[in-house]
Design a protein around this ligand. Structure first.
Ligand SMILES: Cc1cc2nc3c(=O)[nH]c(=O)nc-3n(C[C@H](O)[C@H](O)[C@H](O)COP(=O)(O)OP(=O)(O)OC[C@H]3O[C@@H](n4cnc5c(N)ncnc54)[C@H](O)[C@@H]3O)c2cc1C
Length: 394
């Protein structure tokens, strides 16, 4: 069978791949997109609880983790959240801000996939699903890619295969293998934006409190996130925990402020003065979920009337409430992680064109690169911005 010839072959019909394809297509390039999954944009469809948190209006380079923190700057500056919002509005997709600059569709994340596919179609881009790749070779005339649907021949090859998170949604290590094949280094990967698991005493003590949710500030390695936390059957989750999980590694000190924005010591003193006869568990239940307050008083805090708590004990209790030392045993891993930290080392990739500095014509975009955003729409913004940057030059 004759190879399918095109200017640009994009592997991966996710957020970054589709954005790259439509941008290149709009420039008149002949673009083919292939994906091994049976549907395009599966992560987009699943994202934001089905409403896709498609960007964050407060996006800055500081919202990303990478061994090379400057790498993301150029693309983010050239394709801002407002560029994406313009496309969303042009397609008549209603959206709202949930909190902290996070924009979600009012109706469904399907609308974002539809929008990207409509843009691809208008730009003459061909998108094929169920198209796994078996071999990639580079000759003097470009890339030869063998797939389940025949051979492709392209001058430019864009790797947009994402990270390892959620294999059931099509995630694979293919992009990393391809990067290694062409001499690129891949920095160690691990699950990010992921629930933490507990074991031993902490697991035993929190296990039957699952469902308890409260606002906290989580601190680890000089980083802090204030948002809600949820106790689960296996450990802890919720936005504050997902955020801090990207900064935590086994053995790191993780502290939870259970009374964020409050002065626990001052509050305890006021309780001692005004309501001395009340049990600590009673007054604590007024500022924390009752089931958590009871458990804290069973194991960690003095379980007695507040007036019987002496000054050193009071200071100790306040310190515990504002810096609870949670011992996490690990994370739930790629099965539930929203992102993959690490990936293709950006030091051998151009930050303006996303072209490999080792192999002309080879590009990497999106999550396959060692750039990972915080929770809150930053990861899609990175996919759009990097995909757009490559799409302007391939
Ligand atoms: C459950 C969940 C919810 C999320 N919610 C949000 C959110 O609300 N906001 C946000 O900003 N981020 C969110 N994220 C993160 C975001 O989805 C990713 O960062 C983003 O999709 C990365 O884009 P990408 O194009 O690089 O990779 P992906 O979107 O993962 O696309 C990669 C594509 O490559 C394909 N592929 C993989 N291997 C191969 C192969 N060997 N051959 C051919 N094709 C292949 C895959 O099938 C997939 O279609 C969420 C992630 C998850 C898992």
């Amino acid at each position: 069978m004759k190879p399918i010839a095109c200017d640009v072959l994009v592997i991966g019909a996710g957020a970054a791949g589709l954005m790259c394809a439509l941008t290149a297509g709009q420039r008149g390039r002949m673009v083919q997109v292939i994906d091994h999954a049976n549907k395009v944009g599966k992560k987009i469809l699943m994202s934001g609880g089905g409403r896709c948190n498609f960007t964050n209006t407060g996006t800055t380079p500081a919202n990303f983790l990478s061994a090379n923190p400057h790498f993301c700057k150029s693309a983010l500056a050239r394709y801002t959240p407002w560029h994406f919002i313009e496309m969303v509005e042009r397609h008549g997709i209603a959206y709202h801000e949930k909190e902290l600059g996070q924009l979600f569709c009012d109706i469904s994340s399907k609308q974002i996939v539809r929008m990207l596919m409509d843009e691809c179609q208008a730009a003459g881009v061909q998108v094929r699903t169920d198209c796994g790749v078996t071999k990639v070779e580079r000759g003097s005339d470009g890339f030869h890619v063998t797939t389940a649907q025949g051979q492709f021949h392209a001058a430019s090859l864009v790797v947009a295969t994402g990270g390892l998170s959620i294999p059931s949604l099509g995630a694979s290590g293919f992009g990393y293998e391809l990067a290694r094949q062409f001499g690129h280094e891949v920095l160690p990967t691990r699950a990010g934006l992921v629930p933490l698991t507990l074991s031993g005493k902490h697991q035993e003590r929190f296990n039957d409190r699952s469902g308890v949710a409260l606002p906290i500030t989580a601190r680890c390695n000089d980083v802090a996130f204030s948002n809600s936390m949820l106790i689960t059957h296996r450990g802890i989750s919720g936005p504050a925990i997902l955020q801090i999980s990207s900064f935590w590694q086994p053995g790191d000190d993780l502290r939870l402020d259970l009374l964020p924005g409050q002065d626990a010591e001052g509050w305890l003193r006021a309780m001692k003065r005004d309501r001395g006869a009340a049990e600590l568990r009673t007054v604590l239940s007024e500022v924390l979920p009752r089931r958590l307050a009871l458990r804290l008083c069973e194991h960690w805090l003095p379980d007695r009337p507040v007036k019987q708590i002496d000054e050193p004990q009071l200071r100790e209790a306040a310190a515990l409430l504002q810096g609870f030392p949670l011992v996490a045993s690990g994370t739930e891993g790629y099965r539930t992680a929203e992102v993959t930290l690490g990936g293709v080392d950006t030091r051998k990739v151009s930050s303006s064109t996303f072209e490999s500095q080792l192999v002309p014509g080879l590009h990497f975009v999106g999550e396959v690169l060692d750039v990972t955003g915080w929770l809150g729409g930053y990861n899609f913004q990175w996919a759009w911005a990097s995909g757009h940057a490559a799409g302007q030059v391939v």
